[in-house]
Design a protein around this ligand. Structure first.
Ligand code: G1P
Length: 290
């Protein structure tokens, strides 16, 4: 069955970006002039998903208000080839009452999703790619069945930032997952394949999440639920996606995304590039102060 529903968790506290996120949801921080959440919504629409459920929490009403304006056609969906959001998709919200982690946020989607496979896009991760990143995962799932995760290679010193998969390659870029571990140090990481924030999941994940115990961070981890699905014999695949990824919940990630999105823009890209070249030249000829 074609995947039509997207779940977008956007209930994280944004502690890595304080003080900017004291009252502003991290997903509302702009990349140039467009909030992060709008890139994630746009990726969903470009992949053909037309039923979007956003998981929010207390203090995130700015996000809901913003998407209302986009859905109602009073705000532009930046760069969209197909017009206003309200004509392209239904957008729904559900709230996570307590900050119990990503797995718990996903669990809040169970009644809306029902008994079908769904796309999961983490609301603070933005991708640049020729084919929308979630579309790459959906296309793989249509062939492989089961649940599919997007993965990318990371260096050994970064494995502690991610869920890492243990997997057996079956064809170039496609592996069958045999185990997963959340945020392992380099000595415990079974590979260098990190889970990025795009998934297509079977509804069995809700059952697994309901039985999940809090993990290393005291939160209900999605990775632990996926691990129990593998142990129950359900198919889980990892595909290496062809995309540039930005973790906009991280200061450096947000800055990188901002600079690269700005360089890409037709309106301001050329003058921003000249500006960057100017400060690089000025920087290289100036003696370091102090
Ligand atoms: C979450 C997942 C992790 C994944 C990461 C990608 O971690 O738990 O498996 O690798 O997203 O960004 P978090 O961002 O909540 O620390």
């Amino acid at each position: 069955m074609t995947v039509k529903k997207a779940v977008i968790p956007a209930a994280g506290l944004g502690t890595r970006l304080l003080p900017a996120t004291t009252v502003l949801p991290k997903e509302m921080l702009p990349l140039v002039d467009t909030p992060v959440i709008q890139y994630v919504v746009k990726e969903s629409l470009e992949a053909g998903l037309d039923d979007l459920l956003i998981v929010t929490r207390r203090g995130k009403t700015a996000l809901e208000d913003h998407l209302d304006s986009v859905a109602g056609g009073t705000g532009p969906l930046q760069g969209s080839p197909r017009g206003v959001l309200g004509e392209m998709a239904c957008i729904h919200f559900v709230r996570q009452a307590r900050p119990l982690g990503l797995g718990h946020a996903v669990l809040q989607a169970r009644f809306h999703v029902g008994h079908e496979a769904f796309a999961l896009l983490l609301g603070d991760e933005v991708f640049r790619s020729r084919v929308p990143c979630i579309r790459q995962v959906m296309e793989a799932q249509a062939i492989l069945g089961g649940s599919v995760l997007a993965v990318q290679e990371v260096c050994a010193e970064d494995t502690w930032r991610y869920g890492i998969v243990d997997a057996v390659q079956v064809s170039p870029g496609v592996s069958r997952v045999t185990d997963l571990i959340e945020k392992p140090g380099p000595s415990k990481a079974p590979s260098n394949l990190a889970i990025t924030g795009r998934y297509v999941l079977e509804p069995e994940v809700f059952h697994a999440l309901q039985g999940a115990e809090p993990g290393v961070r005291g939160e209900i981890e999605l990775t632990d639920a996926l691990r129990s699905m593998v142990r129950m014999g359900l198919s889980l695949w990892a595909i290496q996606v062809d995309a540039r990824r930005y973790d906009t919940g991280d200061r450096l990630g947000l800055l990188r995304a901002t600079v690269e999105m700005a360089l890409d823009r037709e309106d301001i890209g050329p003058s921003f590039r000249r500006y960057l070249e100017g400060i690089r030249l000025a920087g290289s000829s100036d003696p370091t102060p102090g």
